[in-house]
Design a protein around this ligand. Sequence first.
Ligand SMILES: Cc1cc2nc3c(=O)[nH]c(=O)nc-3n(C[C@H](O)[C@H](O)[C@H](O)COP(=O)(O)OP(=O)(O)OC[C@H]3O[C@@H](n4cnc5c(N)ncnc54)[C@H](O)[C@@H]3O)c2cc1C
Ligand SMILES: NC(=O)c1ccc[n+]([C@@H]2O[C@H](COP(=O)([O-])OP(=O)(O)OC[C@H]3O[C@@H](n4cnc5c(N)ncnc54)[C@H](OP(=O)(O)O)[C@@H]3O)[C@@H](O)[C@H]2O)c1
Length: 481
Amino acid sequence: MFRPCLRPSFSWASFRRYTSTEGPAPRVCVVGSGPAGFYTAQHLLNHGPPQLRVDLLERLPVPFGLVRFGVAPDHPEVKNVDHTFTKIAKNPRVQFYGNLHVGVDVKVRELRQLYDIVILSYGAAQDRKLGVPGEELSNVISARSFVGFYNGLPEDAALAMNLDVEDAAVIGIGNVALDVARVLLTPIDTLRQTDITDAALAQLSQSRIKRVFVIGRRGPLQVSFTIKELREMVNLEGCSAVFNPDDFRPFQSVAPLLKRPRKRLTELMLKTALTPPTEKQLKLWGPAPPKSWELRLLRSPLAILGSDSSVSGVQLGVNRLDGPNLTEDQAVVSTGEVETLECGLVLKSIGYKSVKVEEGIPFDEQRGVIPNVNGKVPDEPGLYCSGWLATGPKGVIVDTMNESYRVGAQILEDLKLDHISVQANRTEELRTLLDQRQVKVVNFVDWEKIDETEKLWGASKGKPREKITEVQSLISVVKKP
Ligand SMILES: Cc1cc2nc3c(=O)[nH]c(=O)nc-3n(C[C@H](O)[C@H](O)[C@H](O)COP(=O)(O)OP(=O)(O)OC[C@H]3O[C@@H](n4cnc5c(N)ncnc54)[C@H](O)[C@@H]3O)c2cc1C
Ligand SMILES: NC(=O)c1ccc[n+]([C@@H]2O[C@H](COP(=O)([O-])OP(=O)(O)OC[C@H]3O[C@@H](n4cnc5c(N)ncnc54)[C@H](OP(=O)(O)O)[C@@H]3O)[C@@H](O)[C@H]2O)c1
């Protein structure tokens, strides 16, 4: 329910206009249909003027962003958030425009003319670079592309890689690093029951990978993965966890003093490193586990070794923690020591990165975000951003939800205070423009047909769905050529 917030700058004229069903309807355009786009729209619909309308624009013919193309196939419970998003999309005041690439099919500056409010929520579709020699060798793959590959993201669904190797290195110690390591190590028959694509299953079933090294440049108190994901990794079927006890011993005395959740996470790492496997682990791993993963901390990648056709290893600089007190804020310094880790595949998992959608739209290249205060783009009345594009590529769906609600609240505050001018009598101008440009828009009813088709196809194979991974094939489910 809308609750008026009476501020000092409050005026009855703007309040009446804001709450009346008779005033001009604020027209809102949200670019991107991931969690940020949906949650920002939800806040505006639930708490804004009753006549406010939202158009949700999406580059791909399918909605939900990283919920479909990021979240790991063996985490189906996380994807249930799509039920909430579906309810939002089916609100009569919402229109979904899929297969509409903003910056290409239509420009943000055009959207600024057509709508009172434009919210950019198009996420982070690129990855950070390591900047070390050898990064461009084949079989050095970004975790983002590998995730896109197993989740059927059209541009990565046919990713070329060589899994005919025994050792793989994952650089980075966040949750994406653990996701990709887990997918490489999970028994193929377990993956077969998920919505992982058939193409990924085909490649992974030929994989000879036995060992995965997960490499972090900092220490045990600075890992950025979380306990649920670590727990899965130390309880993998047929795969032992190998932690160097010497890396962890010094942390025994500080672990009890840490705040939760860092405390529980550190305790689990200490247990894995310093105590024998539990009964449960011995049962899961088996007497001679065919696979293993190893956490290598305090190692910075210096170079990736190999030739054009293959990777042979990673050169790592050995670091140490600086200063007498073991804390989360400690700096690391190089010891000058260098070691080589032999491997045939490198997955770079050092974070995603947002890109500028078009010239003339404010963008902070250094931080990879649109500069904003609470989602509001300075000096651009009516322009906002939310989600990873506004905060940087950090945070789980709940964090993105909370941030997006905050942006929604800021927009409503600006509407109330007349900081956004709402034009009367706007027509369906976007539709006219897209018709002129012959853009084949996929609407939400179309998506529901695609969804049904994928589920039916998956059911025939004992999977929740078989994703259609080509843009043209997705469109041809709903549009005649
Ligand atoms: C690999 C991975 C796994 C994750 N797993 C989990 C998990 O298990 N649990 C959890 O809570 N969180 C998880 N997260 C975090 C979660 O996915 C993010 O918090 C959330 O998706 C960020 O939402 P967003 O809307 O900002 O970005 P996105 O989800 O990326 O959505 C952006 C949308 O914008 C669209 N878009 C891009 N460019 C354009 C354009 N030019 N025009 C129109 N549309 C465009 C994209 O196609 C996409 O649909 C994971 C993240 C990653 C990377
Ligand atoms: N299951 C889940 O809930 C789930 C799954 C996947 C993702 N997510 C969320 O999505 C967000 C993004 O995840 P992410 O793993 O991409 O990012 P992340 O958590 O920021 O981790 C990035 C990792 O890369 C390292 N790194 C960065 N630059 C590096 C460099 N030049 N050399 C070596 N290492 C480098 C970082 O180390 P430093 O700390 O030293 O910089 C960090 O360990 C996170 O909030 C994550 O929790 C959640």
